[in-house]
Design a protein around this ligand. Sequence first.
Ligand SMILES: [Zn+2]
Length: 578
Amino acid sequence: MSLKSSLLVVLASGLAMLAGCTEHTPPAAIAGAGAGADTIYFGGDIVTINDALPAAEALAVKDGKIVAVGNRAEVEQAQKGAATRMVDLAGKTLMPSFIDPHSHYFSSLTVANQVNAYAPPAGPAKDIATIVSELKKFRDERKIPKGELIQAYGYDENAMPNGVGLTRDELDVDFPDNPVMVNHVSMHGAVFNSAAMKKFGISAATKTPPGGVILRRPGSEEPLGLVMESAYMPIAASLPPPNAQQEIEWTRAGQMLYAAAGITTAQEGATVKPSLEAMQRASAAGANIIDVIAFPFIYDFDKILTDNPVETWGKYNNRLKLGGGKITLDGSPQGRTAFFTTPYLTGGPGGEKDWKGEPGFSEDEVKAFVKKLYDLEIPINIHANGDAAIDMLLRAHEYAAAGSLDKDRRTTIIHSQFVRPDQLDKYVQYKMIPSLYTEHTYYFGDTHVLNRGREQAYFLSPMRAAIDKGLRPTNHTDFVVAPLDQMFVMWTAVNRISRGGEVIGPDQRITALEALKAITINAAFQYREEASKGSLEVGKLADLVILDKNPLTVEPMSIKDVKVVETIKEGKTIYTAK
Ligand SMILES: [Zn+2]
């Protein structure tokens, strides 16, 4: 948008406000009269995520951008042309589409070709019979030929009735001719049927490698199905990468998972060189329907920087952008591998006493990586869950940013789940962004209470405290760890209810609008894209989502039931619910 037209917008909206707005006729912001919009939306709630004009009656789109938003009469008068498509929302809600602050996009390419074996509510797998029937449905719908490998993802034996896990036997009944791998939710194992064991050479004669698990039939050496860790990893690594045609097909299928969740900007949260190259080939072939932002991981960072000079970072090329670098400082609090200053109440994962977790990198390595990225002026995403890992990153920042501690770098702390109040103050001082993870209040809230005690668990992903201190927190799924479901993300931020029914930190609950900002405008800010995305304002991209209900006005407990009806990327519909 030119300076002149942006002045016009300010003028137009200012005049409309001066003209006296009532509750029923909100003011309009309009890009210039008589343009003839491509589309005008009306007839439902329009949630703008713009505090200056929070609600509107109509929104006009032209050439992929928003050209007017406000009261219907003014928007139509200024923008309705002979060819304008008038879209009646019929009571549904229009808002900016979601921006994913942290997930693992590249996994979506394979997941799109696999059966969902997550336990409810993330998936249908309530028991073994359901896993088998979902596999059969997938095979029959996709007409998968005999001999071809079929995979599922998200399987967790702990979620099966009585903890009795899936074995080869239940799979063999219906899959005598197709190898089947039901991958474990940890991504570190799978249950194999007999055809898959034959394909990958697992038999009674196979020795279990050190650090590996091959479950055996009681009283025999015959493998029972579950293969984990070092016995599984080489098999996973041996699976063939997609060919060029599959790269494009799988990209579209993976991005449709995001589009179906109302997301039009996705994060690839720890990118290695082969995945980036596949993403770049698919992008060049025009496969992308949404924007993808990649964060090369520390291991491959230098190689990727050699191929992609620093001046190419931070800009989209065929909808793919190198957003910054990524380093992971610790593990997960539920796995008791997050790094804390105080011990876990339940010991370590291997039965260790006085266990505080351990960092994944030495302090010197962290400092060197942060300094390198700051010197290159490349943004950085840092995974840190425990307060000791967060102390480490704050020290690394103080070392690397010496002399300009408060420069606007959009340094983002991924998860920040067990951040202390004094560390939040440092985030404010150093202009850091916490990308929090409130879904943990539901999935692992009860576990965190046991591991860390109620006081710490209740300050898990402290949205209220972060916002009150003036931060702009975002909120993520960490897909494939949790499914792509933004209404569930929002529901957990507003309600913070655990699986066991306990409110995990009642004073950290936030309003529905604040929860929406975390996955729209704040996420745009995290990526330095707040001028073009994250709210419905004239001049921004027409990245939109239509929901069946208004998540700001439904009962807070019903937020998770709000459905995505349609997703629009730059004015073009990319997903419509069946
Ligand atoms: Zn992650």
